[in-house]
Design a protein around this ligand. Sequence first.
Ligand SMILES: Cc1c2[nH]c(c1CCC(=O)O)Cc1[nH]c(c(CCC(=O)O)c1C)Cc1[nH]c(c(CCC(=O)O)c1C)Cc1[nH]c(c(C)c1CCC(=O)O)C2
Length: 351
Amino acid sequence: MTNTLKNDLILRAARGERVERVPVWLMRQAGRILPEYRAVRAKLSGFIELVSTPELAAEVTIQPVDHLDVDAAIIFSDILVIPEAMGLPYEMVEKRGPYFPETVSSEKDIQKLKVADVASDLGYVIEAIKLTKKELNGRVPLIGFAGAPFTLFCYMVEGSGSKTFSKARRMLYQAPELAHSLLQKITDSTIQYLKAQIAAGADLVQVFDSWAGILPPAHYEEFSMKYIAQICDAIDEVPITVFAKGAFFAREAMGKLDCRTIGLDWNMDIRESRQLIGPDKTLQGNLDPCALYAPDAEIVKATQSMLDQFGFQKHIANLGHGVYPDINPEKVKVFVNTVKEYSARCVEENR
Ligand SMILES: Cc1c2[nH]c(c1CCC(=O)O)Cc1[nH]c(c(CCC(=O)O)c1C)Cc1[nH]c(c(CCC(=O)O)c1C)Cc1[nH]c(c(C)c1CCC(=O)O)C2
């Protein structure tokens, strides 16, 4: 069977099973850090063309497996394909990021949006997953993903990136019912989307709540966690990871989500996080992305210290957020190789 995995470390770690070494991948591993990615990208009109062309999306998804030796691939796409499928298209402005020509501000705007129809509007992602699975031929597992409802809400209401997302957060105070109806529509779309990714071959899935950290704890509970919990409850086919950047105040509550793995950002103390989340879940993370600017010997030291604190089991090594586009891929390799060699040695010595 083509579906037999030759390397299933990340799946075993996610399920909480014993591993002979710690698996490693990087958020945003497919992208501008790789010259091979930039070469593919340079021939196209833009990012969205790459995302919507399954053969090319599959090609750049596999590049980090070939060039960085990571233990998983993550499908090359974007969290913003969901707003687009709901009827709110985005543009990707060079060097500036996402931009939505239309935004959501009224009940009428929300009524105009539909729950995404995966087969008709997101078929290109599903096709890219099928192609990637075929081309990976079981080398490593494939991670599917989606944005958390609150993070997508931020972009759909604000219309672009922002330091404060104050326009989006204003709705939580001025029209909470409106916010809830939009969040529910996004959640319903996301559940179907993740299920379709799994049916197409995604071996595990991750939910990115990149803007979790801008909310006060009570709002996080009401406007974000509630919807992430619905997603976790609905997905039982494969292990699910929740990465809520900056949500240090929600770690204890996240320990109670029906998910297998919790992602930590680099501000979160590892041992304190383990204590708050409890012994059951697998933890993912959390080297400071800027540590990869350091000399090699410092990267090795920082990575070993991180691994020591996580304790080698129920851990998936990663950075605390996506890799920055100007990081030298050779530095990523130092990180990846250190995780592999040091954790194998420590597990062998039963540390
Ligand atoms: C918030 C968010 C977005 N997209 C995503 C998030 C959540 C993760 C996070 O917090 O970083 C998720 C995402 N976006 C992309 C991936 C690909 C898979 C991977 O991780 O390798 C993933 C998992 C490709 C991408 N998505 C984007 C790029 C860069 C565009 C390009 O190559 O032209 C890539 C490779 C564009 C994007 N997409 C988004 C922004 C804010 C930007 C512009 C900022 C930037 O340029 O980095 C929205």
